[in-house]
Every structure is written in structure tokens, then in C-alpha cells.
Design a protein around this ligand. Structure first.
Ligand code: LLP
Length: 414
């Protein structure tokens, strides 16, 4: 559910017409709906936090300070994968006691930074990383709280680039090696074994893979208990999908919780952590872009817009579908077209062979579901300044990031 809807012929973000925002701030422009974000946070809190769990927002989905501040005010924690994300989370006021740190390539400097800031736990992805954490913690005279990221070898039935919990991918430690890993960890002087972590993929549209994975993890917890290793935290990861197209019907957080929490009755005394990114911010953001030109070749119709793969990479990288709506509805015919950006690559498109209302030059189009992995994956490719971002709250709006300038492009160059 989100608050981007047509009122009459005009598409609104909450109570603000998107065309007016495009006029005021220019395009390409990311627009977020504060009340959509709050609604999603509330749904997660009800489903997982009320029964005692912790919500850790996955910063990689969107790390704009205004969004993080909103999450911090709502008491959310953070799932981070770099020192930079730790910096952003702390700066936004997120409590380090609710920060979990995953990723296969944490550096010694990043580990030391997180230790000094006293995060909740490192989600460790390999034996060598565990040794490094032990060494760095030893150097600081500290004990590092860790969880093992288990690779349960479950197919999440999503795009291969965003699948993680199968053996062929680089993430986590195979479930059959986990007991041995925990034994080693428990014997290390500067390691405090705290939890267990799974994250099997992103944009999952069914509960079943989450359940299959959790069953394997719960089995392992039983074996660990029998071996005298007691955990306090169970991190279920993120990955709940959103509705990009009408064919997708992902469960809502409450349905995910109803599917998983009964399984947890088998084990007591574990604090559950969830790490959603997309399902908090994905549908809470759109990308506004202006049609620059139209072009017809013998083969195709092209709608050339001012947002490219540097602004929203998902269609190019994953072949991802994002609905595209006109900011102003009008009576007109339709045509099948490719919506493409200005980048010098044939892979630069926002939509391919899409049936759309016939677009006019100068018209504002709205790319839906762009709040997650939109701005956060954007770049300066083709020396394009990155877009501006705006937050809408009811009938008010305020900029949360300035559009970059040409000068920003060369900042730091020597
Ligand atoms: N936890 C961990 C350890 C993760 O690796 C991720 C995402 C999440 C949580 C959050 O997953 P979410 O709830 O957002 O699905 N760029 C891709 C998505 C990559 C996801 C990477 N990991 C995309 O645009 O679809």
C-alpha cells in the first residue's frame, strides 16, 4: 500500500501533485511519501516488534538521512554492510544497540569502527572473517558479539542476482559447517557468540522459502543447544518483496510473521531480528522524469526521458519491471514503446516494449516503486549529476537532497 494516487486526472504524492514537484525541483527527481514509510514501519512493528523483536532497516535500500531519521524516531535499528552505512546510521540517531553488520568483505578498519561504537552484532560470513574480528577485538581489548550467517541452501525463487541463500552464492557459511564454526567461535578469547543470521534473497513473493530456511536454522539451534552453545538473537534477514507489477502478490509483514512466528515456538528465549529494506521504502518512493523527445524507427517507438540507468539501474541490471504512469491523465491513444534514458548504452532503459499512453514532449512521467535501490544505486556515469530528493508529508514537501552540480562531479579530483 502506498499514497501515490490519482485525484481527478492528476497523480499525487499524498496531497501534493507530482507535476508541481517536478516544476519546482526539476527532474529527474525522487519523491518519497513520509506517511507510506510510517505505515510500513507500523506494519513491521505490529508484526515483529510487539512480540518482542527488533526491526533493523537495511540501509542499502535507501540511506538518505531524512528517511533514516524517520526510522530512528520510530525506534528502528539498522542492518548495515559497510563503515559508511554505520556512519550514516549513527548520524541519523539510530541506536548502536540495534545495529547488525553483515557483508562478506568487512575490513579491519570497519570492524574496529563498529566495535568502538558497540553495535549489537557482526553477522559473520566466513572463518577467516571470524579470525579477523577476534584479532581486531583483541587489539582493542574487547569482546566482539557475533552471529553466524548461515547459508541454508534454499531457493528463494527470485532473480539470481538478488538470491543469496543457495550454496552457489558467496554468502554465509554452509549449514552443515555451522556447528564446527560455532565451536571454534566459542573457544576464541575475544568473541562473544550471540546469535544466528539468515538472509536468503530479496524481492521474495512467497512465505514458503522463508519457512524452509527457518526450519533448517531452528534445527541447527537445537544442535547448538545440545552442544552447550546458547544463543540470544535470531536474525531472520530481510527480503520481503513488494508489488512492482499486478502479477506479483507478495505477503504483507503480518502474513510473513504469521507464517514464521509459530515455528519459533520450538525455541524459547530468542530475540527475533528482521532486516527489511525494500518492503519499507520501495513503494514509498517514485522517480519523476520528463520526456525530452520521441523517436520512431522502422522497428520501434522510443520515448526518450531525462532519467537514465545512472538514476535508476534496476531495469538495466535485473530487467526489473517498474510501472510508468503519466503525472497527468488525458484522453489519448496508446502505443508500445521503449522508455530510454540519455546514457550512451543500449542497455539504458526504464521500460521495454511497454504499452503506454502516447507520451507528449515535455510531459512528466512517474516511475513507480523506485524508493528502494533507486537513489542508493545511482551513479555519475556519463558525468551526470545525481538527482534531487524530496519528502512529501500530507500537503507539505521539503527537499531532502539537493541536485548535484557540475562542480560536485569533480569534488575530490586531484
Ligand atoms: N539483509 C541483508 C543481509 C541483505 O543482504 C539485504 C539485501 C537485506 C537485508 C534487505 O533486503 P530487502 O528487504 O531490501 O529485500 N539491488 C537489488 C537488491 C539487493 C539486495 C541485497 N541485499 C534490487 O534492486 O533489487
Amino acid at each position: 500500500m502506498h499514497y501515490f494516487t490519482y485525484k481527478g486526472n492528476e497523480l499525487y504524492a499524498e496531497d501534493v501533485p507530482l507535476e508541481a514537484l517536478a516544476r519546482e525541483y526539476g527532474t529527474p527527481l525522487y519523491v518519497y511519501s513520509k506517511n507510506t514509510v510510517l505505515r510500513h514501519i507500523k506494519a513491521y512493528k505490529k508484526a515483529f516488534c510487539d512480540p518482542g523483536g527488533i526491526l533493523c532497516f537495511a540501509l542499502k535500500a535507501n540511506s538518505n538521512g531524512a528517511i533514516l531519521k524517520l526510522l530512528a524516531e520510530e525506534g528502528a535499528g539498522a542492518d548495515i554492510v559497510s563503515g559508511g552505512e554505520l556512519f550514516r546510521a549513527l548520524r541519523a540517531g539510530i541506536s548502536p544497540a540495534r545495529i547488525v553488520y553483515a557483508g562478506v568483505g568487512k575490513t579491519a578498519e570497519e570492524i574496529a569502527y563498529a566495535l568502538k561504537k558497540k553495535i549489537l552484532m557482526f553477522n559473520v560470513e566466513s572463518g577467516e572473517e571470524l579470525e579477523m574480528i577476534n584479532r581486531v577485538a583483541g587489539g582493542l581489548g574487547m569482546k566482539a558479539p557475533v552471529a553466524l550467517r548461515v547459508n541454508p541452501d534454499v531457493d528463494p525463487r527470485t532473480h539470481p542476482y538478488i538470491s543469496t541463500g543457495m550454496k552457489k552464492y558467496k554468502f554465509g557459511v554452509p549449514v552443515e559447517d555451522a556447528l564446527e564454526f560455532y565451536r571454534r567461535a566459542a573457544g576464541m578469547e575475544h568473541i562473544l557468540v550471540r546469535g544466528i543470521h539468515q538472509h536468503i534473497g530479496s524481492q521474495l513473493t512467497e512465505v514458503a522459502p522463508f519457512r524452509d530456511s527457518l526450519e533448517k536454522v531452528l534445527n541447527l539451534i537445537g544442535q547448538l543447544r545440545a552442544a552447550g552453545i546458547d544463543l540470544t538473537h535470531l536474525d531472520l534477514g530481510g527480503g520481503l518483496g513488494i508489488r512492482y507489477s499486478k502479477e506479483e502478490t507478495p505477503p504483507v509483514p503480518g502474513e510473513l510473521a504469521s507464517g514464521l512466528l509459530p515455528l519459533l515456538k520450538k525455541v524459547s528465549g530468542l530475540t527475533v531480528i528482521v532486516e527489511p529494506g525494500r518492503s519499507i521504502i520501495g513503494n514509498a518512493g517514485v522517480l519523476l522524469t520528463k520526456c525530452l523527445y520521441r523517436k520512431k524507427t522502422g522497428e520501434k517507438n522510443f520515448v526518450i526521458v531525462d532519467a537514465g540507468m545512472n538514476d535508476l539501474l534496476r531495469p538495466s541490471l535485473y530487467g526489473a519491471f517498474h510501472e510508468i504512469l503519466p503525472a497527468r491523465k488525458e484522453r489519448r491513444g496508446s502505443q508500445v514503446a521503449d522508455v530510454v534514458g540519455p546514457i550512451c548504452e543500449s542497455g539504458d532503459f526504464l521500460a521495454r516494449d511497454r504499452r503506454l499512453p502516447i507520451v507528449k514532449e515535455g510531459e512528466i512521467l512517474c516511475v513507480m516503486g523506485a524508493g528502494a535501490y533507486g537513489y542508493s544505486m545511482s551513479s555519475n556515469y556519463n558525468s551526470r549529476p545525481r538527482a534531487a530528493e524530496v519528502m512529501v508529508d500530507g500537503d507539505s514537501h521539503h527537499p531532502v537532497r539537493k541536485r548535484e552540480t557540475y562542480k560536485d562531479l569533480i569534488k575530490g579530483e586531484l
